[in-house]
Design a protein around this ligand. Structure first.
Ligand code: ATP
Length: 321
């Protein structure tokens, strides 16, 4: 099996023990390991694929805990480094009663932001068949330079580049800066996944129709995906476009659904990039990815809710009966 290397941040989300409260009102918090690129690596491995995570953790209890989670889930930690000074990143996250998510990040700076280009395990990065990344690693130096170098090395070695910007607006100095920086690496990626909200944000429009999505098309791109929560996803390639509907599930926590979706898709295309050009096979892969996303919403947290291949097949079978 080909290797999926996922680059970026891994951190601990602290989520309130009760739902529908503000951060200030929360009576207590539970640790929920996360960070989109780490979730994607674990999603690939949970489904039986080969995955590695590249990033930096603090040399502290939380960093060691996160490294242990990668290992336990069969994700290679050969690309991990540990910072002797800065702490592992933390985020306090709550879903308030009005449905809005409230974030409070502890990154001043956190270890992930301090990854330098010299610390990259280039042998590992060059062995990737798919190299996946987000945009949080673009926000500050030196991590930004490490990100750009890793991307370039993976590309030179023949990897397919996959990008999920995973917008976290509170981390950026301004919305304008976020949009500009996210789009600054846009034309490198061959697979891009965005949510409908990110589509609106990036195009500065209030529609999510095909024309809006296609305004983000570029000549290196092979596949653009727009995820729509419980409405499934839309896909765009050079030659065709369409949509794949979602599975009906009892959603309790959507955290990580997008990462589960991406991990499932990358696990399918890593050994056969031609799936992207073959509409029936692409639709089949996206149905599988939708099933994985749906399952992830049925349990609390991201990593504990990522499915195995058997669980995904079971949902697909049940839905077809
Ligand atoms: P996140 O950032 O929360 O990880 P996202 O916004 O990137 O997620 P979503 O569109 O929420 O991505 O979800 C990804 C995929 O997961 C969807 O395309 C869909 O197939 C599935 N999914 C998400 N929410 C639901 C739901 N409530 N019911 C069924 N399927 C869902």
């Amino acid at each position: 099996k080909g290797l999926v290397v996922s680059f970026g941040e891994m951190l601990i989300d602290f989520v309130p023990t009760v739902s529908g409260v503000s951060l200030a009102e929360a009576p207590g918090f539970l640790k929920a390991p996360g960070g989109a690129p780490a979730n994607v690596a674990i999603a690939v491995a949970r489904l039986g694929g080969k995955a590695a995570f590249v990033g930096k953790l603090g040399d502290d209890e939380f960093g060691l805990m996160l490294a242990g989670i990668l290992k336990k889930n069969g994700v290679s930690g050969d690309g991990l480094t540990f910072d002797q000074g800065a702490r592992t990143a933390l985020a306090f996250v709550t879903l308030k009663a009005d449905g809005e998510r409230e974030f409070m990040f502890y990154r001043n700076p956190s270890a992930d932001m301090l990854l330098t280009p010299d610390e990259l395990n280039l042998d590992l990065i060059r062995s990737a068949k798919v190299f996946h990344y987000g945009s949080i690693s673009l926000i500050v130096e030196p991590c930004r330079s490490a990100h750009l170098k890793a991307m370039e090395e993976a590309k030179k070695a023949g990897a397919l580049l996959s990008y999920d910007p995973n917008l976290r607006l509170p981390l950026w100095p301004s919305a304008k800066e976020a949009r500009e920086q996210i789009l600054s690496i846009w034309d490198k990626a061959e697979v891009i996944k965005i949510s409908d909200n990110e589509l609106e944000f990036l195009t500065e429009s209030n529609t999510v129709d095909d024309a809006t999505a296609m305004s983000l098309w570029h000549s290196n791109l092979k596949l653009l995906l727009v995820t729509l929560g419980d409405h499934g996803c839309r896909y765009y390639t050079k030659n065709f476009k369409g949509s794949v509907e979602a599975f009906k599930v009892n959603a309790v926590d959507t955290t990580g659904a997008g990462d589960s979706f991406v991990g499932a898709l990358l696990g399918k295309i890593v050994d056969d990039h031609s799936i992207i050009e073959d509409e029936p096979r692409l639709k089949e892969a996206l149905k599988f990815a939708n099933a994985c996303g749906a399952i992830t919403t049925t349990k609390k947290g991201a990593i504990p809710a990522l499915p195995t291949e058997a669980e995904a097949f079971e949902l697909i079978k049940k839905a077809s009966q």
